[in-house]
Design a protein. Structure first.
Length: 869
């Protein structure tokens, strides 16, 4: 058995299902092979009756006060043009969502207890067939039943499976297992699910299949329950001002969730309102199907209306305002600016004033008016000088904020040449004018600029003036006249001259006429000349208010004369004491220039005669010669050899120079075996003196450091000897269980370690314990005085007396004396330890403990009553 939409039964049993519909929607029941002759008579009668009543053939459904078309004429004609209405195995039916009625015509064909057709069961070969429902009820209503023709023989149980039954969404459909009646358990939404595919099953009471399962395809018919929704609530578009009618502006779009193939989802657009309604209330129109907004009228002018607000309405049901659902959105249309307004000067003439020689100065402001959008290329002004400034003294710049033209001096003007300028300036925009717009005559203006005279500085026409003359001209020679020109021809001012820079102070200038004379002899070889040129700067000042001055530079090229004799080089040399081993190469240096220099002539003087006797000169070329020994042997030593050098100037100049030659013994290679000349050694006399001075300074510093260390050591030793023994009291705990002293016994009280013999007169004064923190009160011994002129025989006596005095001195530290540890003093009140048993604390007077010092403060507080228990 083949599967088709909402069809049940075998091939030889033809069944038809008609679906119920909601108002305004037809039942979609169709077959590929239908024929009007095979329609049931009752259905044909129903259709014929409807043809008579309506111009458009429809089958109507009525249920619970709902009216609407069931089968339209197009559907009927489609089925009539087919081969047979029941020729296919399965047919298609549709379910209208929320449908709650049964077709009136369909009810006429079916008995109340059997909602469905049993068609063809007696017409075919086989006797059993499925009974397909003729109508399907709406949600929560009872649907038609399905049944098998075997239910006449045996009890049959019916069931359904698939999406909407036992698959999610679960239990949308249910079926009475005994009667085969189907139900919809809850409302359906086509936007959530548009179709369902179920399978119907028939089994006996034992679960045995009595019929093959059939497929049920249920389509949820759309109803208009969704409004059109705009993608945006506010749309923004733009259109150029002056646009022609039909110019595209923007597109608005609304979507409807309903079926777009039906009128429920077919959206149409219209413009509800336009604000402002200027210059017309219908400046725009909208394509009802596409939502394209275009201009419909001319006259868009941004300078009058810059923005339009259009309310657009979208309605479904193909725009039927009676049945369709609507929604609105806002379209904001901005009229964009085009350059349809040329800039215009606010006045036809402008004026300005500028001092001469002033640059980068604004001399006039040109104001313009432009009605286009500010700070846009259509508004920004561009200024151009079209006449009156052939030399390019001025330019016009645009103020970016005010759009004004600023006439600026870019090249200095001269009052003596031009006292005024008449400029013609034209203004335009950065963007070209729109098509059909012409420049205004007010886009051109005249500008008059007056030049004011100021006191200009005098200037030297031939600044960096160059003159040529020989060096050595005498003082007072007139060289040239270096005069300046005052450009202020109409002021009749006087110019005074002065020197500004004359490094060598060689020149003098006349303050009135600028004549320059020499104040000293000019020397080309001076340090103040560079590349034979001497340079001086002069100042020219007028007597204006305020005075102005200018500078000029005079360059003097000095031509060389032969005023410098050549000098012999080198000044020192060495040579072997025997001839033939080596010679001295000599040359000359001349401060002059060619031709006043070489070739040079080298010769020995005739006086003294020993010079030519011992030495000889051999010419090498025009610049060099060799000095060598003439005799076979010359004693080693230093020799001053005079040599006459003559240049080639006109007249030639000669100079007698002395070369110091050291004659020394040489080895077989011709090298001196002793230290060569100072110059040859490469170390000059100044360098040697500097080295010696450094050595002396270094030795002096070392000596001073040693003396300072000695004095410091002596002061430290003296300071230790001057320490008062009374201040050297060390408050340390004394250990009395040590049997020996030694060098480790350094912490002690000096007053406790004095010799008993020297302390007898102190200990015998009063009984009791002697204080150790007081200086001994006994008389210090008198040390013997050393005689001024010691006698050798008295040395021993003097030493012995000093030794005895030191031994009896109680204040002297006992460095080499026996340390006594068991001395406890004499006259102790405690004769023995046993005496402690016969005395009580009341019999003792402990006030003396307060006199023992800080070491016994705690003991004095305990026994003397200073501290309370």
């Amino acid at each position: 058995m083949k599967q088709q939409h909402l069809s049940w039964g075998h091939r030889d049993r033809r069944l038809l299902s008609l679906g119920s519909v909601c108002p305004l929607h037809p039942v979609q029941a169709q077959s590929q092979h239908s024929h009007p002759g095979h329609l049931p008579r009752a259905l044909q009668a129903c259709l014929s009756e409807r043809r008579k009543e309506e111009s458009t053939l429809r089958l109507t459904c009525q249920h619970e006060n709902h009216m609407g078309p069931s089968l339209d004429e197009e559907t009927i004609h489609k089925h009539q043009s087919s081969k047979g209405f029941y020729s296919e195995d399965k047919m298609q039916g549709t379910l209208r969502q929320g449908a709650a009625g049964v077709s009136q015509c369909a009810q006429e064909l079916c008995t109340p207890g059997e909602i469905g057709y049993r068609v063809g069961c007696g017409w075919g070969v086989e006797r059993r067939c499925w009974a397909v429902p003729a109508v399907i009820h709406g949600a929560l209503k009872m649907w038609p039943s399905i049944r098998s023709d075997k239910d006449n023989d045996i009890p049959i149980r019916y069931s359904i499976t698939g999406v909407g039954a036992d698959q999610p969404p679960m239990e949308v459909f249910s079926i009475d297992s005994m009667s085969g009646r189907m139900y919809v358990t809850r409302p359906m939404d086509r936007e959530e699910r548009a179709s369902y595919h179920l399978r119907a099953h028939a089994v006996d009471m034992n679960g045995n299949k009595v019929e093959n399962p059939i497929d049920l395809y249920i389509y949820v018919i759309d109803m208009n329950d969704n409004r059109p929704e705009f993608i945006n609530q506010v749309y923004n578009g733009s259109v150029d001002e002056g646009s022609k009618p039909g110019t595209y502006v923007m597109t608005v779009t609304a979507n409807d969730a309903d079926d777009s193939t039906t009128a429920n989802g077919m959206v149409r657009y219209r413009i509800v309102t336009q604000t402002p309604q200027s210059p017309s209330q219908n400046m725009f129109t909208i394509n009802s199907e596409t939502g394209d907004i275009v201009t419909v009228a001319a006259g868009l002018d941004r300078e009058k209306v810059q923005q339009y607000t259009v309310i657009v309405q979208a309605t479904d049901m193909e725009g039927n305002l009676n049945y369709g659902l609507s929604n609105t959105a806002t379209a904001i249309i901005t009229v964009t600016d085009v350059n349809d307004n040329p800039p215009e000067f606010t006045t036809s003439t402008f004026a300005g004033e500028v001092p001469e020689n002033r640059v980068e100065t604004v001399v006039a402001n040109l104001t313009v008016m432009d009605r286009d959008q500010p700070h846009s290329p259509n508004w920004n002004a561009v200024y151009r000088i079209i006449s009156g400034d052939p030399s390019g003294h001025f330019s016009v710049r645009t103020d970016p904020v005010t759009n004004e033209g600023m006439v600026t001096v870019v090249k200095a003007v001269d009052y003596e040449l031009n006292r005024a300028f008449m400029l013609t300036i034209m203004v335009s925009n950065q963007a070209p004018l729109a098509s059909g717009i012409q420049m205004s005559f007010q886009s051109t203006a005249g500008v008059t600029i007056s030049v004011t005279d100021v006191n200009e500085a005098p200037y030297f026409p031939s600044n960096h003036k160059l003159i040529r003359l020989e060096e050595g001209v005498p003082t007072g020679t007139a060289l040239t006249t270096f005069s300046a020109v005052d450009p202020d021809r109409f002021m009749q001012q006087a110019v005074r001259y002065s020197k500004l820079s004359d490094p060598a102070n060689w020149l003098h200038i006349n303050t009135s006429n600028g004549q320059i004379t020499t104040a000293a002899v000019l020397d080309r070889e001076s340090l103040y000349t560079k590349n034979n040129v001497y340079e001086a700067t002069f100042l020219a000042a007028d007597n204006g208010i305020p005075p102005a001055s200018g500078t000029g530079t005079l360059q003097i090229y000095l031509i060389d004369i032969n005023d410098n004799a050549p000098q012999l080089l080198p000044k020192e040399a060495q040579i072997c004491e025997r001839p033939g081993l080596n010679a001295i190469n000599i040359t000359a240096a001349d401060a002059d220039m060619d031709p006043n220099i070489g070739p040079y002539v080298f010769e020995l003087p005739f006086i003294p005669t020993t010079v030519r006797k011992n030495w000889t000169i051999t010419r090498l070329n025009g610049d060099y010669a060799q000095l060598s020994l003439r005799i076979l042997y010359l004693e080693a030593g230093m020799y001053d050899v005079p040599i006459i050098v003559t240049d080639s100037g006109n007249p030639p100049l000669s100079n007698t120079s002395i070369i110091k030659v050291k004659v020394c013994p040489c080895d077989e290679n011709g090298d001196c075996t002793t230290i060569g000349a100072v110059a040859a050694a490469g170390l000059g006399t100044g360098a040697i003196v500097a080295i010696l001075i450094c050595i002396v300074i270094l030795l002096t510093m070392v000596l001073l450091f040693v003396v300072w260390m000695k004095r410091r050591e002596k002061e430290r030793h003296t300071k230790q000897l001057l320490i008062d023994p009374e201040d050297d009291v060390r408050d340390n705990i004394l250990k009395y269980d040590e049997e020996g002293g030694g060098e480790e016994d350094q912490d002690y009280d000096l007053s406790q370690l004095q010799q008993p013999e020297a302390m007898e007169h102190v200990l015998s004064k009063a009984p009791g314990v002697r204080r150790v923190d007081e200086r001994p009160v006994g008389a210090e011994p008198q040390y013997p005085v050393r005689p001024v002129v010691p006698h050798p025989g008295d040395i021993g006596d003097f030493i012995n007396e000093g030794l005895r005095a030191a031994d009896n001195d109680p204040t002297a530290p006992p460095y080499d004396s026996l340390l006594v540890f068991d001395y406890e003093g004499s006259g102790s009140t405690a004769g023995s330890v046993s005496s402690l048993n016969s005395s009580s604390s009341g019999d003792q007077d402990y006030d003396y403990l307060n006199d023992w010092g800080p070491r016994f403060k705690k003991l004095a507080d305990m026994y003397g009553g200073g501290e309370e228990d």
